[in-house]
Design a protein around this ligand. Structure first.
Ligand code: GLN
Length: 195
């Protein structure tokens, strides 16, 4: 199983390390032509505006719509979650718009820009250490979206078919269970990918 991490900006090396720890071969993806070689892709945290701009410049904006249409799993963390969203609060444009979620950027305000907490994550773990850094929140989700985790009633992780997202950084601890969960999705969809 080969999984890529979009390597335009953000926490790339950390995701590669975790994917390897979870048992996959992981590669940084810098060019659209690499997408045919991988079975799934992580969109890392960083700055969504910068990542989105670079995605357009390198053609990932259209190439990733095709990648998703082939049912190849995509896992967006933090800024990556914003990249996946169908709606961004206070903004009339989106990036990929693939996942039926409405998000709010920097939703925790200045007081709590960064913090850590333990989360219950459906199907993943009961005690997952989550690192939030200027994190977005999921304000609402569509019918097809399964909520995986909440922090104080707010949605912070969700899944829609082959798409997975988290508003925190699962790559910044030693706990590879969320990456393992993503790899199980990659395994599940590998058979159904339209090659
Ligand atoms: N605040 C960033 C954004 O809006 C996301 C932060 C992160 O990825 N850690 O893009």
């Amino acid at each position: 199983m080969k999984v890529g991490v979009l390597a335009l900006q953000g926490a790339v090396a950390e995701h590669i390390r975790m994917l390897e720890k979870a048992g996959a071969e992981a590669i940084p993806v810098k060019k659209v032509s690499q997408l045919v070689d991988i079975d799934g892709l992580v969109l890392p945290g960083g700055e969504s505006t910068a990542i989105g701009k670079l995605m357009k410049e390198y053609g990932f904006d259209t190439a990733l719509l095709e990648f998703s249409a082939q049912k190849k799993p995509i896992f967006g963390t933090c800024a990556g979650l914003i990249i996946l969203a169908r709606e961004i609060a206070g903004q009339d444009w989106v990036h990929l718009g693939l996942m039926d979620i409405k998000v709010e950027r920097n939703a925790f305000g200045r007081q709590r820009e960064s913090f850590e907490t333990d989360l219950v994550m459906e199907g993943v773990a009961d005690d997952f250490r989550a690192v939030f850094i200027r994190a977005p929140l999921i304000l609402n989700v569509g019918d097809k979206v399964e909520v995986i985790s909440r922090y104080k009633d707010e949605i912070v992780a969700a899944r829609q078919d082959h798409l997975l997202c988290a508003s925190f950084h699962p790559e910044l601890t030693e706990d590879a269970r969320m990456h393992k969960y993503f790899l199980s999705m990659v395994e599940q969809y590998r058979g159904v990918s339209i090659k």
